[in-house]
Design a protein around this ligand. Structure first.
Ligand code: FPP
Length: 263
């Protein structure tokens, strides 16, 4: 019996494609940390002559599907890029709609988060977000703090460069002495304590990193799909995981290290 398949059966209606993918995925070589650049909401809406915000709204179904699939797979961490520091440049109406959507998601989905044993965490310069959003984030974090399953991390008002700046500043504030090393810098990152980022997924075909997890992507495998974010579903996450498992990871060496040494 395929144990991965068992985890999904009876919980999620599986298509034959999903069954095929699940039977190919090696449960012992899952990515420890998957990050997603959820791109293409605007294009999805444009293709349908809808306002851009309709694309963001439709993107919530994709978030739901991906979180649930990652939890079923027992992926330890899933990090979603929901709002960058640069996104404040968008029209005020779009920004406030995105903030509203986030609050709505947290209110409506907290029960699903709890049911799936998911731990919720937000990262980024959270103190610059509207107070009502901060309150909602804190509530979801507090409620799910003791859950032992997948950690769902949402990057909000996030910038990879500013994360590095924040880390260095916290070292200076705490009187770090010269010279600092990688471990010191890492200790101030928002992702401290999380497993190494193994897989970065970007939707909508763009080949950019967009200031996301700049430090953490050092050895991540990158999977770019043409699928626009609102159309992304569990099956697309399974495709990405299978693609990840076909890569030979050498970490700068000449052959892939054994599983033991990378985990
Ligand atoms: C990029 O598409 C997407 C965003 C800036 C926002 C993503 C947010 C959500 C899906 C909703 C909230 C998230 C959570 C975790 C509840 P784009 O607008 O840049 O698309 P385009 O490149 O086609 O214009």
């Amino acid at each position: 019996m395929n144990t991965l398949l068992d985890k999904f059966k009876g919980v999620i209606d599986l298509s034959s494609r999903e069954v095929a993918l699940l039977s190919k995925i090696d449960p012992n070589r899952l990515p420890r940390h998957i990050a997603v650049i959820m791109d293409g909401n605007g294009r999805w809406a444009k293709q349908r002559n809808f306002p851009r915000v309709a694309g963001h709204k439709a993107g919530i179904s994709a978030v739901r599907a991906v979180v649930e699939t990652a939890a079923r797979l027992s992926v330890p961490v899933l990090t979603l890029y929901a709002f960058s520091v640069e996104n404040w440049k968008r029209p005020r109406s779009e920004v406030s709609m995105l903030m509203g959507l986030l609050k709505e998601y947290l209110r409506k989905e907290l029960s699903t988060i709890m049911k799936n044993n998911i731990r919720f965490k937000a990262i980024g310069r959270l103190d610059e977000l509207p107070t009502s959003v901060q309150r909602e984030l804190q509530y979801a974090e507090d409620e799910s703090r003791n859950n032992q399953g997948t950690q769902m991390t949402v990057a909000l008002n996030y910038s990879g460069r500013l994360e590095l700046v924040d880390s260095v500043n916290s070292l200076l504030r705490n009187g770090a002495s010269y010279p600092i090393d990688e471990k010191d810098l890492e200790s101030g990152l928002y992702t401290i304590g999380l497993p190494e980022l193994d897989l970065l997924i970007r939707t909508s075909g763009e080949m950019r990193i967009s200031n996301f997890l700049l430090w953490q992507i050092a050895y991540a495998e990158i999977h770019v799909t043409e699928v626009l974010w609102p159309d992304f579903r569990g099956v697309d996450l399974l495709e990405a995981v299978l693609d990840f498992q076909t890569r030979e990871r050498r970490y700068g060496g000449i052959r892939a290290p054994s599983l033991q040494s990378t985990r």
